[in-house]
Design a protein around this ligand. Structure first.
Ligand SMILES: *[C@@H]1O[C@H](CO)[C@@H](O)[C@H](O)[C@H]1NC(C)=O
Ligand SMILES: *[C@@H]1O[C@H](CO)[C@@H](O)[C@H](O)[C@H]1NC(C)=O
Ligand SMILES: *[C@@H]1O[C@H](CO)[C@@H](O)[C@H](O)[C@H]1NC(C)=O
Ligand SMILES: *[C@@H]1O[C@H](CO)[C@@H](O)[C@H](O)[C@H]1NC(C)=O
Ligand SMILES: *[C@@H]1O[C@H](CO)[C@@H](O)[C@H](O)[C@H]1NC(C)=O
Length: 446
């Protein structure tokens, strides 16, 4: 026990140092809130955070990567490690051909002038990743239901999948609401700056009777988002309570893609058995900052345990952390200015990104070992490296239409201010690759 505590204390010191200075130091938290909470088509501008930019971050340590191996057709292929190679063919869809692209990620329609970011293909180190085949995917999910559960990154991936599949068969939106069923009236979690009616959506591909749905659950467990506590808006998370908005639908799903992470970086209070077991950015509560790695692990573990208990055969894939790429000031042109992927070795993975990734890999491996040959198959959709290498794939200022036309997207001042999204991905964009890998994971074992 003593050694564990020692170990933890050491761990916390590390976390504290990194958390204090880490890469989000450049983004005021209020803005991060905005990106993560905003679900709507961004009609209202984000709150202009009152700029208290913390000290600039030191470059973080690299982390060693654990390799996740995926079997496919008798071969073992590690899709997590590789490089981006130029691919003249370009994406399957574009900003006008796909009608379900969220406004904030429709970089093409918003006037992003460069198109080079569309022409890259992920080349795993030791094998090939087949291009996405919409009809294969649709055949695979005939009479089935694929649910994406998580935060706005889960939604980003789901919307990519919808666009990819729509090139084969257009989907019908059959449900849209602020709760997971249309029997209840939502649950009063108005977050003010989002369109809560897109938190839970469901589409059907009629010719295949295939369903794709999105469930909003940024912590996977029960949480009250952005609750005010002594002047600071914290998320309140209950690590021992399931989020029934998605778990109650588990019995009707055949594949579940879990994707969370970024919300754990926000101020949060974590409870378990009526005790505060974690607290991040909460000095006013007189509680030690525990960082977020341990509570993130607990939430993932709890969610993975719950999908096993649901006793229906299914594939459960957990998408690993997808790093943000803020380089400059969040509200100036050039916040994430790169136009090309990083080349191999050009960029080391940040400590925090790698820890978040490692936690998911470890918990998925543990869940798979515990499940044995039961009905649930666990997979890690390990995208952290391929995502990390795509600083060029974010909307940046093109989260809004024509940000540089007529004085820009936000405010006055000597210098033009524009908001930048360097967290989510343009559609089409690198997130399409997540679904190329998802297809391979789902085909595994068939
Ligand atoms: C910061 O916020 C306070 C209170 O909301 C306001 O009075 C002040 O003018 C703001 N400062 C700047 C630089 O925006
Ligand atoms: C988008 O795709 C559609 C259908 O494939 C095509 O007709 C159109 O020209 C494309 N638009 C652009 C801007 O590439
Ligand atoms: C249609 O798909 C659902 C799963 O989403 C399944 O429960 C149902 O049985 C399917 N219908 C038919 C006719 O196969
Ligand atoms: C509500 O649910 C019922 C039964 O499942 C369905 O027939 C109806 O279309 C749904 N309404 C909406 C608005 O989704
Ligand atoms: C904060 O914690 C310290 C040490 O546990 C305690 O002595 C102090 O009374 C607490 N202050 C408040 C305001 O709770």
């Amino acid at each position: 026990m003593g050694t564990t505590i020692q170990h933890h204390r050491h761990h916390f010191l590390n976390i504290k140092r990194i958390v204090t200075y880490f890469l989000y130091a450049l983004i005021p938290l209020a803005l991060l809130h905005y990106f993560l909470f905003s679900l709507s088509t961004c009609h209202s501008p984000p709150p202009h955070p009152n700029n208290t930019v913390p000290p600039s971050p030191p470059s973080s340590q690299a982390g060693g990567g654990r390799v996740v191996v995926v079997e496919h057709g008798g071969q073992r292929c590690d899709y997590s490690d590789g490089r981006w190679v130029f691919e003249p063919r370009g994406p399957l869809y574009n900003g006008t051909s796909c009608s379900t692209i969220k406004d904030g990620q429709n970089c093409m329609a918003h006037g992003r002038p460069d198109t080079g970011y569309l022409r890259w293909r992920w080349q795993p180190a030791q094998c090939d990743l087949p291009a996405f085949d919409p009809s294969s995917f649709l055949r695979l999910i005939r009479n089935k239901h694929v649910a994406f559960v998580g935060d706005s990154m889960a939604r980003n991936q789901a919307e990519s999948l919808l666009c990819l599949l729509a090139t084969s068969e257009p989907p019908d939106l059959v449900y849209r609401g602020s709760s997971s069923s249309n029997s209840s009236d939502g649950d009063g979690e108005g977050d003010g700056d989002g369109d809560s009616s897109s938190k839970f959506r469901r589409w059907v591909f009629p010719a295949h009777n295939a369903t794709v749905s999105i469930f909003w659950s940024p912590f996977l467990v029960k949480a009250m988002e952005k609750q005010e506590a002594r002047g600071v808006r914290h998320n309140r998370v209950f690590l021992d309570a399931f989020d029934e908005r998605w778990t109650s639908s588990l019995g009707r799903t055949d594949a579940v893609v879990l994707s969370v992470g970024h919300w754990f970086l926000l101020p949060g209070i974590y409870r378990e058995n009526d005790e505060i077991v974690g607290c991040h950015y909460c000095p006013e509560l007189n509680h030690t900052d525990t960082g977020f790695f341990d509570v993130f692990r607990k939430a993932i573990r709890r969610a993975l345990r719950e999908v096993v208990d649901a006793e229906k055969e299914k594939v459960v894939a957990a998408t690993t952390f997808s790093p943000a790429h803020f380089e400059g000031e969040w509200d100036k042109a050039g916040a994430c200015p790169k136009k090309d992927p990083y080349r191999e070795g050009e960029k080391v993975m940040q400590y925090m990104d790698n820890e978040m990734r490692r936690i998911v890999l470890e918990e998925v491996a543990a869940a798979a070992a515990a499940a044995g040959d039961g009905g649930v198959r666990f997979e890690a959709l390990d995208v952290t490296k391929l995502a990390m290498m795509r600083p060029d794939g974010h909307p940046g200022p093109y989260m809004y239409a024509n940000p540089f036309a007529g004085g820009g997207g936000g405010g006055e001042g000597e210098e033009m201010r524009v908001q930048n999204d360097c967290v989510h991905w343009c559609l089409p964009g690198p997130v399409d690759t997540f679904n190329e890998i998802l297809l391979q994971l789902m085909m595994r074992g068939r």
